[in-house]
Ligand binder design. Sequence first.
Ligand SMILES: Nc1ncnc2c1ncn2[C@@H]1O[C@H](COP(=O)(O)OP(=O)(O)OP(=O)(O)O)[C@@H](O)[C@H]1O
Ligand SMILES: Nc1ncnc2c1ncn2[C@@H]1O[C@H](COP(=O)(O)OP(=O)(O)OP(=O)(O)O)[C@@H](O)[C@H]1O
Ligand SMILES: [Mg+2]
Ligand SMILES: [Mg+2]
Lengths: 255, 255
Amino acid sequence: KTEIFAVSNQKGGVGKTTTTVNLATALSTLNKKILIIDLDPQGNATVSFGQKRVMGKLSSYGVITGQGQAQEAIVATMVPNLYLLPASQELLGVDLELAGVQNPQFYLKKSLEQLIDFDYIFIDCPPAVGMLTLNALVAATQVIIPIQCEYLALEGVADLMKTINRIKQNFNPQLNIQGVVLTMYDARFNLAKSIQNDVRSFFGDLVFKTIIPRNVRIPEAPSHGKPVMLYDFKSIGAQSYIHLAAELLQRQQGE
Amino acid sequence: KTEIFAVSNQKGGVGKTTTTVNLATALSTLNKKILIIDLDPQGNATVSFGQKRVMGKLSSYGVITGQGQAQEAIVATMVPNLYLLPASQELLGVDLELAGVQNPQFYLKKSLEQLIDFDYIFIDCPPAVGMLTLNALVAATQVIIPIQCEYLALEGVADLMKTINRIKQNFNPQLNIQGVVLTMYDARFNLAKSIQNDVRSFFGDLVFKTIIPRNVRIPEAPSHGKPVMLYDFKSIGAQSYIHLAAELLQRQQGE
Ligand SMILES: Nc1ncnc2c1ncn2[C@@H]1O[C@H](COP(=O)(O)OP(=O)(O)OP(=O)(O)O)[C@@H](O)[C@H]1O
Ligand SMILES: Nc1ncnc2c1ncn2[C@@H]1O[C@H](COP(=O)(O)OP(=O)(O)OP(=O)(O)O)[C@@H](O)[C@H]1O
Ligand SMILES: [Mg+2]
Ligand SMILES: [Mg+2]
């Protein structure tokens, strides 16, 4: 059974793409066959693998709007076992295009039903609660919520939980929260410790023990078109995503 | 004539709210009467002044959907000359609610026509190109584009320019780009210098000379419900927004 993770948080710049790319890469080295679906119109996950957003060919846009099968659009990455369904700029138009159809929120779920030979699928969501994120939450079996350790990032968390619960009640009863990942943790920052405490008191054991520290090698990696594990394996950024992958696997096996 | 600035970039977490709050605060101390309109459903600009998102009363949501006049929803802040049109969670629903009406992109512009006694209005946009941002770009006379000095933040810039040009051609011929603000500049980061060069070669003189450095006092300030100028006036974060305000004023007066 394929596990589908939606990586989502409507707050911008909290590490959704970074977590999708690097967690999936770390898991693929533990012998899991993985697909990343880039649902962000900016295509940051696609670019993180050194690829360009698709033009004129089938992309995640074509798959979500039912114009083609996912298998036709999937490409390999430089990481063995790790595949990508790349984004295109046309994703910008999905909100308006699906506004008029019946049950628009099920489009992605339907097109992923054919994909049975992946262990895990990760969906990188844009920073909004529009049709793209709704489709991801309806198609997913699990949600991973990156939360940046900064004050402004706390405000929208309760909203996100309401959205997830609404989706679970109305469209996707099997949807669970796999976990909350604390990102860009900077121990020099007075607030980081108290924000971590706030998040743990709100989410309890859902918060992964592994914390991703702020690490300058992480934003450098995409400019080389590689996940941070390939760019600088020894860096604290790469190592923390490897630990996170091991922790996720434990949770998966424990269930 | 009131100048209306839309602070916009669909990339998440690049400093839109931080620039709106702190640039407006700095300008208000230079004897300008200023209004901040919070169009982000998370209400980060509202929270940055120590206020809560509005529930059950008129907010920016009610104003954009034509349920009430802006004057009724405007509140004072702790900064003299600086007022706020606070956000509410209901903003999340605007995309779907305005999807069925005629000319939805003009709703905000219409409701701001009555506001004549402000020198400047700043609109903090969410990280998306939906109905909220479209309304802001149609109502605005100028756009301010914060760009984070990181590789992934460059990808969406050309898209943003296309969106702005489309709005200018179809709905708002007077819309100009006031400037591009480089944010979270970290001189220790190898890439920052080359990203700055990329942005300057793409935008030329539109890029403000003042660069906002990464400064830990900036993310601390909202947890105290204050703009960084009031939280730590001497910090490099506060000082750089003061310089930016002076530079903006020069551009305004030079025009
Ligand atoms: N642990 C980290 N340390 C340092 N920089 C980081 C870290 N995680 C992410 N970044 C950088 O912060 C920026 C924002 O991260 P990212 O793009 O992954 O967030 P996002 O939530 O996907 O953003 P968006 O909301 O635009 O989709 C990127 O430039 C990324 O390289
Ligand atoms: N110059 C800076 N130095 C350090 N931290 C900063 C700086 N500017 C902004 N930040 C912090 O980075 C985070 C993102 O900034 P901000 O929320 O202003 O971005 P945004 O573009 O408004 O995000 P969103 O896309 O979610 O609306 C916040 O926690 C903010 O406090
Ligand atoms: Mg992203
Ligand atoms: Mg913001």
